[in-house]
Design a protein around this ligand. Structure first.
Ligand code: MRU
Length: 365
C-alpha cells in the first residue's frame, strides 16, 4: 500500500542492511515509524505487545522470527525453543501456529546447515502468498459489493461497516476485510465505510488511517453505534476479518464482532467474513467451546493512547484508580449468523459443507 508516495508492506526483509523491518503499529495513526527486529525475543515482544498485529501478519512475523534464529543457531533445540517462545505470544489467531508448523514441516527434515537460508526463503514465501490470497479475496468480495451497487440509484454509495482492523496493516498487504473495499474503490464504485472504534485498542483508528491514505470515504464511529445505523438502513453490508474459523464456519474475531453479527441479523443486513485459508482451524468444530480467547492486560482498558494537546503521543488513564477490569480480546460469532465467507477461492456458506467444497485438499476429515 502507498504511504506518502512510497509502497510499503507491513513487514519486509531489507537485503541491503540484512534486516527484517516492520511498521511499528504502536505509534499509528499518529506517527509512522519503522522498527528493526533481530533477536527472537524482539520478534516475540513485537507480536505479544502488538507492534505488529492481525492474524496473517502475526504468522508472517513468526516465520521471520524463526528464520533469523535459524541463521544464528539451526539446531533442533534452538528450533523447538523458538517455536515455543513465539507460539506462546498470542493464543487466539491460528495463523501463528500455522506458520510455525509450516516451518517445522520444511526445516526439520533438512540438514541443519541449510536451515537458515531455507527459513528466510520460506518466510518470504509466506508473505508473498498472503499478498496473493488477500488480492484474491478482494476480487471475490468486490462481486458482492458490485451486486449491491447495481441495486442503488443515482451513484449512491454502498455503505459498509467493519470492525477492528482487518486491513493491510493486519496482513502483509491489501488486508482481508478491506481488500474488497480497495477493489471496489479502485474500480470506481462509490463506497462509504463505517469504521468501528474497537475499544480497547482502537484498531478502528488504524482502519481510518488506511482508508484515508487510499482516499476512501469513511466515518469513525463508537462501537455501540452500529446497531442504530443498521436500524436506520444506513448500512448495506458488514465485512469483518477473522483470527480463527472452525471447520463448521464459526468465526472468532475481535471482541464485539458477535454483537455486530446479531444486529445485522436482526436488521436483515448481510454479514460477511473475509477468510484467508491459513486462518481455518480444521481441528476445531465448536468455536465457542474450543477456541482459546486471549485475555489481555488491564492497562488496555484503564488507559488509552492518543495525541495530547502538546502534540506528543501519550497515555492517559480513563478509570478511577484501582478499578477492577476484564479484557477478553476476541469473541466467537456462530456460523448461523454469518451470511458467507469470502475466501481466496471464492465465497462459500459458513458451514462444514461450504468450506469442504472450496478446500477439499486442506480439509482432513
Ligand atoms: O488483536 P488484533 O489487533 O491482532 O486483532 C485483529 C483482528 O481481530 C482482525 O480482525 C483479524 O486478525 C483479522 S486480520 C486480517
Amino acid at each position: 500500500m502507498i504511504v506518502n508516495g512510497t509502497a510499503y508492506r507491513s513487514i519486509w526483509y531489507k537485503a541491503e542492511i540484512d534486516q527484517v523491518q516492520i511498521i511499528d503499529q504502536r505509534w499509528l495513526p499518529h506517527e509512522f515509524r519503522i522498527a528493526d527486529l533481530e533477536t527472537v525475543e524482539e520478534f516475540a515482544t513485537a507480536i505479544a505487545d502488538m507492534w505488529v498485529r492481525g492474524a496473517p501478519l502475526i504468522g508472517a512475523t513468526a516465520a521471520y522470527g524463526m528464520a533469523r534464529q535459524m541463521l544464528r543457531d539451526p539446531s533442533d533445540t534452538s528450533f523447538q525453543e523458538t517455536y515455543d517462545l513465539l507460539h506462546a505470544t498470542r493464543p487466539t489467531a491460528i495463523n501463528l501456529k500455522w506458520a510455525l508448523d509450516r516451518c517445522a514441516a520444511i526445516l526439520l527434515p533438512m540438514a541443519q546447515t541449510d536451515r537458515g537460508q531455507a527459513a528466510m526463503a520460506l518466510a518470504a514465501e509466506i508473505c508473498d502468498e498472503d499478498v496473493a490470497i488477500n488480492a484474491s479475496i478482494g476480487r471475490h468480495g468486490y462481486e458482492i459489493i458490485n451486486k449491491i451497487a447495481k441495486g442503488k440509484s443515482g451513484g449512491e454509495p454502498v455503505r459498509l461497516l467493519t470492525h477492528c482492523n482487518a486491513g493491510w496493516l493486519a496482513t502483509v498487504d491489501h488486508g482481508t476485510a478491506t481488500s474488497p473495499m480497495y477493489c471496489a474503490h479502485d474500480a470506481g464504485l462509490p463506497i462509504h465505510v463505517w469504521v468501528d472504534e474497537t475499544r480497547p485498542r482502537n484498531q478502528g483508528a488504524l482502519t481510518s488511517w488506511e482508508l484515508g491514505h487510499h482516499g476512501i470515504s469513511h466515518q469513525y464511529i463508537t462501537d455501540n453505534a452500529g446497531g442504530h445505523l443498521m436500524q436506520h438502513r444506513l448500512v448495506d453490508l458488514v465485512i469483518t476479518g477473522t483470527d480463527r474459523t472452525t471447520r463448521k464456519g464459526d468465526v472468532c474475531n475481535k471482541i464485539g464482532t458477535y454483537l455486530k453479527a446479531l444486529a445485522a441479523r436482526d436488521n436483515g443486513i448481510p454479514f460477511y467474513v473475509a477468510l484467508p485459508s491459513p486462518t481455518i482451524d480444521w481441528t476445531v468444530t465448536d468455536g465457542i467451546a474450543e477456541i482459546p480467547i486471549e485475555d489481555r492486560n488491564d492497562r488496555e482498558i484503564t488507559h488509552v493512547w492518543g495525541r495530547g494537546q502538546d502534540k506528543k503521543v501519550t497515555e492517559v488513564q480513563v478509570t478511577p484508580e484501582g478499578t477492577s477490569v476484564g479484557n477478553p480480546a476476541f469473541d466467537v460469532t456462530p456460523a448461523r449468523l454469518v451470511t458467507g465467507l469470502i475466501t481466496e477461492r471464492g465465497v462459500c456458506e459458513a458451514s462444514a459443507d461450504g468450506l469442504a467444497r472450496l478446500f477439499p485438499d486442506l480439509n482432513s476429515a
